[in-house]
Structure formats: C-alpha cells, structure tokens
Design a protein around this ligand. Structure first.
Ligand code: ADP
Ligand code: ZN
Length: 542
C-alpha cells in the first residue's frame, strides 16, 4: 500500500467541496461530471473561464485509476500540476521538458496507482513506450484538452492530435471527455469523427460573454489608437495587446513603455527565460500590459484582464473569439478592441497565397478570413454575429440581467452602442472598378489603392502626371466622396471579394465578382464609418 493513499471519494460533490473548496457546480459541470463518472463519453464546448478543468478533474478523483489528460500546453503543465498538488491532488506530467529522472519517477507513480491525474503531451503518444506504460497502469478516463486541435477544418490543427483516435481503439472501455473553448458546428462534427466520439454526449455552453464589449475600429495609427484606448478607458489595468509580427510586438512594447506604461513583450523569438519572467510578471503584478503574438495566452488563467486589443486582423473568428475571451474572466466589464484596415486584408490574403498546403487548405484559410472580415464589416450587432458563427443565438439565459434585450442586438458592442448606418455604394463601387478596369485595359497597368484614389479625386500628383492619368475618363469622377470614404469603399470591396489586391506591388485587380459590380448588376451596401469609437458602457455592473 502506498503511504500517501488518500481517502476515496464516491460523491462528486464531496470532491468539489473538500478538494477544490467550491460549494456548487457551475452551469453544466454536474451533468458532464455524472456522464463521465458513469463511464460515458462527453464532448464539451465551454468558453474560456467556463470551468472545463473540473469536468475531468472531479471524475478522475471519483473513478478508479488515473485520469490521463492530453494537453498541448506543455509550458503550463508544471503550473497545473503544482496547483493540483497544493490542493492535495496527486498529479504528474510527462513531456519533453523533463529530465529522465523526473520522467521515471512519474512513470513509476502512474504504474503503482499513486497518481490521480497524469498530464501528457500529445506527441508522447508517438512513442511506443508511452503506450506500453499506459497499458501497465489503471486509467480512470482520458481527457482531451483543446480538442479543436484535432480538426483540420479548425484554425489550430496539430497533426499529433490525430494519434488520439488510437485511444478508443486501444482502451475501448475507458471513458473519454474532449474539451474545447472554440468550435463551430463543422469543427465539432470533425472532432467527434476524428476522435471516434460518435456516442459521446455533447455539452454546449453559451458562448456569450456579456461583460465583454466588442469593438472594431478603422486602423490609422494603431499604436496611438491603442494608447488612447488604454489611457482613456483602462489606465493602470491589465491587458493584452496582440500584434501579428515579433517586430511589431517589440516596437509596440517599447512605444507603450516610453509612454510610462509597464508593457512587456512576448513572442516565440524571445528566450524561454524572458518569456517565463514576463508571463510571471503579467500574472503577479497589477496593471501589466502584455504585448504579444498569439503565442501568448493559451491556458493563461488571469481573471482581471480588462482589455484585449488586436493591432492586426486575426486569421479567423475562432482565433479572435479565443483571444478576446481572455478578457474579463472575473465577469467584470472588459473591452475587446480591434483595429483593422485594408493593409490587413492585403497581408492576410498574401499569407494565404504564400502558405504551404494544397488548394483545399488555402480555401479553408480563405473562408476563415472571409468570416473574420464579415464580422469586421457588419453593420449589425457584433455579438449576434459572433454567436451565430458558433451556431448560437443572442439572448439565451445570460440575458436576464440586460432587461429587455432583443435577440438581434446586445447593447454592449460598438454597432449596438453607436448604430452604424449603411449606404448604397453601388455607384462609387462602379467608379472604383471602372478605374481599375480602364488602367488594365486601356493602359495595361495596375496600381494600388492610394493611386486609384488620387485618380478618382482628380489630384495632379507627380505620379498622375508621369502616367498621364489625368487623361483617363474617370479622372476626378470621385470628388463627391472624401479620401477616407474612398479608402473605406475599397477596403470593403476587397473584404467582400469584389476586388482583390495582388502581385508583388499589392495592386488592385479584378475578381470573378468584379464585372457584375462594375456593370451595376450587383447592388452594394457599405457600412458608414463611425467618426469615433463607442465609449459608453450601458451594461456595466451586470
Ligand atoms: P477553462 O478551462 O474553461 O478556461 P477553468 O477550468 O480554468 O476554465 O476555470 C476557470 C476558473 O473558474 C478557475 O479559477 C476555476 O477555479 C473556477 N471555477 C470552475 N468551476 C467552478 C465552480 N463550480 N465554482 C467556483 N469556481 C469555479
Ligand atoms: Zn451588439
């Protein structure tokens, strides 16, 4: 008999109270726990902060044997295990960062039944010795965390996750619970298929995060804009600023630091020790702004992140939802703010073109981007659109605090707070496309958005003179709109695939849909750019 044998629990509520110190299960936790304790499979969709961990930790303590948790978050395993040990739970992990000694100790504890939970990196399953090890112990359940990583259709596919289909074949009697904070209906179906979770019960929590105010603004001077956001609305508060590139992470962190903020960089190019230190300061100190690539954040449990700002366009709605979901886990009012402009669209489209992978893969990436752009360009409620993307509707049980909430407007996003009108842009769209068409067909030339706008506005710039573009019949036909309005028109045309940006010089080119728009056969409605971002917080305190 091992010395540290702990009392056996048979009742999930006992575990909840005596081990974790909580009074009651939240949301669907109890049903999920009962399903797994009873030996059934479960597929759990719960937003970040919803309380997924307890869904497998409690059954692991109730059932005989060790709960095996597969997680890609290697960097967090030590912290997770430490936190569990502090509660008296016997936990260990196996991943590539360990010394052989540590690994042997954990393996011995697993085989002799001295563990309640074993965290495992998915790539461990490639190694036959891991499979043999698992065969020598008694397994209470398999928990597959971040289960969306198994879906090729999703935005975060990890090939090692495909190995997880073996679990069921090899250990058909062990219940499995797959968990994720992000999955559209299509991704969910794929998870169930790939993991052979066909008999699993699905638990889908509401994805609504009513305390997060969603705002998407036009990008002019992103660093200044984010500075204004932090100074104006979140001074001295903790937040995350996401940037696409490492360079932009460093420059933005320097800029904010020069403005007197505690802003720390985080990206995969930094030393592991620097990343660890910056992450620790973000978690420990008050009011730290983490400027990061998307390498930062998965599994970070900091309840009082007051804002998440994106200075570049996320690649998918799933990614955006997951990243913004790190704000306001304590339920208090928080801001999800994104600045985006035409260069973002151009850059992302180019990255897709240049990406490796077959045509189907590129098409998937393009569809992800299109959905993200549609969210940016919508004139309707952002939250409603976000939820619809995940197959859900506004105004579930979370709406009670908001009073009479109509099911199409949340009252706490920029488009709800400052309704955006739309306008008939059919004629301006024709003007832009005619200009692009004439350049191409009369001059065999193509130019970028800046020059096309100069032509429309009838500006006699050096470049216009050089190319005699004041001779084009479209020269000056766009003086009814301002330059920002034309930028907005072109951005929205590109966002909708009615115009494209291509080539080494990012010039405007036609798409399949362009001719119909140019002829006026496809009416186009554009969103009117608001002058200022939404500021008020009508739902604070809920
Ligand atoms: P997720 O993995 O879904 O992002 P976690 O499992 O990390 O969420 O839980 C988020 C937070 O909520 C944690 O601090 C956790 O301790 C807390 N929590 C989870 N379930 C309960 C509960 N039933 N009662 C009180 N707190 C809970
Ligand atoms: Zn809204």
């Amino acid at each position: 008999e091992p010395a540290d044998e702990r009392p056996r629990f048979t009742d999930p509520h006992d575990v909840l109270r005596r081990v974790f110190g909580y009074d009651a299960f939240r949301g669907e936790q109890q049903e999920i726990v009962e399903q797994v304790v009873g030996g059934g499979d479960a597929l759990v969709l719960m937003p970040t902060g919803g309380g997924k961990s307890l869904c497998y930790q409690v059954p692991a303590l109730v059932r005989d044997g060790v709960g095996v948790v597969v997680s890609p978050l290697i960097a967090l395993m030590q912290d997770q295990v430490d936190a569990l040990r502090a509660l008296g739970v016997r936990a260990g992990f196996l991943n590539s960062t360990q010394s052989p000694d540590e690994r042997r100790d954990t393996e011995r504890a697993f085989v002799s039944g001295e563990l309640d939970l074993l965290y495992l990196a998915p790539e461990r399953l490639k190694v036959e010795s891991t499979v043999r090890l698992l065969d020598r112990g008694r397994i209470a359940l398999f928990a597959i965390d971040e289960a969306h990583c198994v879906a090729q259709w999703g935005h975060d596919f990890r090939p090692d996750y495909l190995l997880l289909s073996e679990l069921h074949t090899r250990w058909p009697d062990v219940p499995r619970i797959a968990l994720t904070a992000t999955a559209t209906e299509a991704t969910r179906t794929e998870i169930a298929e790939r993991l052979q979770l066909t008999a699993a019960k699905h638990f889908v929590a509401s994805f609504d995060r009513p305390n997060i105010q969603y705002r998407i603004v036009g990008k002019n001077e992103p660093r200044k804009q984010v500075l204004e956001l932090i100074r104006g609305e979140h001074p001295g508060e903790a937040g995350i600023v996401y940037c696409l590139s490492r360079k932009s992470v460093e420059q933005t962190a320097e800029f904010l630091t020069a403005q007197g903020m505690t802003a720390l960089p985080y990206h995969a190019g930094l030393d592991a020790s620097v990343r660890r230190e910056n992450q620790a300061r973000f978690l420990r100190e008050d009011g730290v702004v983490m400027v990061a690539t998307i390498a930062f954040g998965m599994g970070i449990d900091k309840p009082d992140v007051r804002f998440v700002a994106h200075l570049d366009l996320p690649k998918s709605v799933e990614g955006y939802y997951q990243e913004t979901g790190r704000a306001g886990r304590d339920g208090l009012p928080s801001t999800a703010w994104l600045a985006y402009g035409l260069p973002d669209v151009v850059q992302q489209r180019k990255m897709i073109d240049d990406s490796e992978g077959d045509a189907a893969h590129k098409r998937r990436l393009a569809l992800h981007l299109d959905a993200m752009l549609a969210l940016c360009e919508t004139v309707a409620c952002r939250r409603a659109q976000l939820l619809r993307y995940f197959g859900q509707e506004l105004g579930g049980d979370a709406s009670s605090a908001g009073g009479s909430r109509v099911d199409t407007a949340c009252g706490n996003c920029d488009t709800c707070l400052n309704p955006v009108s739309s306008w008939d842009g059919t004629v301006p769209a024709q003007k832009v496309l005619s200009t692009v068409w004439r350049l191409k067909n009369e001059r065999r030339q193509s130019f970028g958005a800046v020059h096309v706008i100069d032509i429309l506005l009838g500006r006699r710039t050096a470049k216009i003179e050089q190319f005699d573009h004041d001779q084009l019949s479209v020269f000056g036909v766009g003086s009814d709109l301002t330059e920002p309005q034309w930028r907005s028109v072109i951005r929205q045309l590109v966002a909708r695939g009615m115009l494209a940006v291509g080539g080494a010089h990012s010039t405007l080119v036609f798409t399949e849909d362009s001719p119909a728009v140019m002829r006026g056969d496809t009416p186009v409605m554009f969103r009117t750019e608001p002058e200022r971002a939404a500021r008020s917080r009508t739902r604070s305190g809920t």
